[in-house]
Write a new protein. Structure first.
Length: 553
């Protein structure tokens, strides 16, 4: 469980967090920034659709390949230098793309831009969390806000600047990223080099695991639909840069909202795998409708925006599934998965343009629909390797007393916060009064958002914190043992993990700290103590910091 921060305002973050968050906005803008100017680039540089779509293909291809080296680089030079290296590439190649005179030059410079973006995005979230100085939940909300603002406003900025010239969005990105580079250089303290180094081959080796391979191949096929929609649709819409910017602003806004707020609720209601299948099925239907209604511009606009809502749900649930099925560390699993999914993102735009040039504008959407259906088939074939998606990620092996808790004992759900000793002391005194043992549950949280995730606590730190609490209880004369479990998803998944432990052990009382209350907790997906109280079916005591008394919920 992450450290409590309900009293901390989202705005009260170190300058380093704000610097990385600002640069993240600009980085995410790059996803849809060129959408509104694709037709203008084609017209001015006398390029066909397939040639113009290579702007996406080169960007995605290099981004996918770069995912194999991001861990290798950051584990050797540290997070700050990796961020600055990535930003410097974006500044350089975005400016060169804006100064280009041929479509081939732009395509080449977009490849360099993709390399820079991969280095930056793969490192940004972990850097924000590391620099948060206790306000972890607030820092994550800032990153999610940066992601949403960047994806939504990228097309809007591209449309506004594209109305001036197709070159302006490239120069605008270079300028903003240069500001981000200076901000991070000045405000972010030097970050240490990780103790463990990651090999270039580690992400590829991780794909030997069938579950991770299944999710990667699912994303590869699904991205045929995603990038057909994103990269090709500006052509059949036939609008100016401003109008295209507004359409894809609506798409990006829908994607951002559903990825943060709707996806966790879909997962809680239907489950991860059913949620993915539902989102993909509806997306396939929308793409099929776009294939039929390609020439009906109002219908195409509505379908584009609706698809954003489905894609936001799917992206978050797929990322959560990747983290749950992965047998390796988060950065390695994410790199291997991203390498595969960007293959689809690289092929789809060029293929869509080629099919349109050869046949007509309807055919790319037919192929995109087939790609999404193949993603569903892949999920079905590999379903047996995805078992346990809606239970929990692989557990850290319990290294304490192995026997199960007797019914009627106390379950102490505690994190690594400064208040943990106080909460433990309350549970210990209650156990002495009742003459029952205490099982300590430490939930190690992995937070998932859209297409990224972050470990809020290492496995070693979680085990160390658990051991400290057990020793504290035993010093009081209480029989105590415990377990570390991993929660993958949004903040409310911490409560679901606690409730799962309750259902397995049937304690008489649950003791939990009050650190997850407040507006931040609600934005993160739930007030953990309230959710535990609602579903525990037994007494739940909430211990407020610096309080000598129990507050029974």
């Amino acid at each position: 469980m992450s450290q409590p921060d309900s009293a901390m305002s989202i705005l009260k973050q170190p300058r380093a967090v704000w610097a990385v968050a600002f640069a993240s906005v600009i980085a995410f803008m790059g996803i849809g920034l060129v959408d509104p100017i694709l037709p203008a680039i084609g017209a001015e540089l006398h390029a066909n659709k397939a040639q113009v779509e290579l702007l996406f293909t080169s960007y995605m291809a290099v981004t996918g390949l770069a995912m194999l080296i991001t861990g290798f680089v950051s584990s050797r030079i540290g997070a700050k230098r990796t961020l600055l290296l990535g930003l410097s590439f974006v500044v350089l190649f975005a400016a060169l793309a804006g100064a280009s005179d041929t479509i081939g030059q732009i395509v080449g410079f977009r490849a360099g831009w993709g390399l820079g973006n991969a280095l930056f995005i793969a490192t940004a979230l972990a850097t924000i969390v590391g620099a948060a100085s206790g306000g972890v939940a607030s820092a994550i909300i800032l990153y999610e806000a940066a992601l949403g603002i960047g994806i939504a406003t990228g097309p809007l900025l591209g449309g506004f600047l594209g109305g001036i010239s197709w070159r302006a969005p490239f120069f605008g990105t270079a300028t903003l990223m240069a500001v981000g580079f200076v901000a991070i250089l000045v405000m972010l303290p030097k970050t240490p080099v990780p103790a463990k180094r990651i090999s270039v081959m580690d992400p590829l080796k991780a794909l030997r695991h069938r579950g991770l391979l299944t999710m990667g191949m699912t994303a590869l096929f699904y991205n045929f639909g995603f990038f057909t929609l994103l990269a090709f649709t500006p052509f059949p819409l036939g609008m100016g840069a401003h109008e295209l910017g507004l359409v894809f602003f609506g798409w990006g806004l829908a994607l951002a909202i559903t990825s943060v707020f709707v996806a966790p609720r879909v997962q809680a209601r239907f489950g991860t795998l059913p949620g993915i299948c539902g989102a993909l099925s509806l997306f396939a239907l929308l793409l099929a409708a776009m294939a039929v209604l390609t020439s009906v511009i109002p219908a195409l606009v509505i379908l584009v925006i609706l698809s954003g809502a489905l894609l936001g749900v799917n992206n978050t649930l797929v990322t959560e599934a990747v983290m749950k099925v992965s047998p390796v560390e988060r950065p390695v699993a994410s790199a291997g998965y991203s390498f595969l999914r960007f293959i689809g993102g690289a092929i789809a735009p060029w293929l869509a343009g080629t099919l349109s040039d050869t046949y007509n504008d309807h055919v790319p959407y037919v192929v995109g629909t087939i790609g999404v259906l193949l993603a569903l088939v892949t999920l079905y074939i590999g379903r047996n390797s995805l078992g346990g998606l809606d239970t929990e990620a692989p557990r850290v092996k319990e290294r304490h007393q192995p026997e199960p808790v007797a019914a009627g004992a106390i379950l102490l759900a505690v994190d690594s916060s400064p208040a943990a000793p106080e909460v433990t002391d309350v549970a210990g005194r209650a156990a002495l009064e009742r003459k029952v043992p205490v099982q300590v549950l430490h939930v190690r949280e992995v937070d998932v958002m859209a297409e990224d995730s972050v470990e809020l606590e290492s496995a070693a730190d979680a085990e160390s914190s658990l051991s400290d609490r057990i020793q504290q209880l035993r010093a009081l004369g209480v029989q105590a043992f415990g377990v570390v479990r991993t929660s993958v998803g949004d903040h409310a998944d911490v409560a679901r993990t606690i409730l799962d432990q309750v259902s397995q052990t049937s304690p008489a009382v649950v003791v939990i700290g009050a650190g997850h209350r407040g507006a931040v907790a609600r934005l993160m997906g739930g007030d953990v103590p309230a959710l535990v109280q609602a579903g525990a079916g037994c007494d739940v005591y909430v211990v407020a910091p610096s309080s000598d008394s129990l507050s029974k919920v």
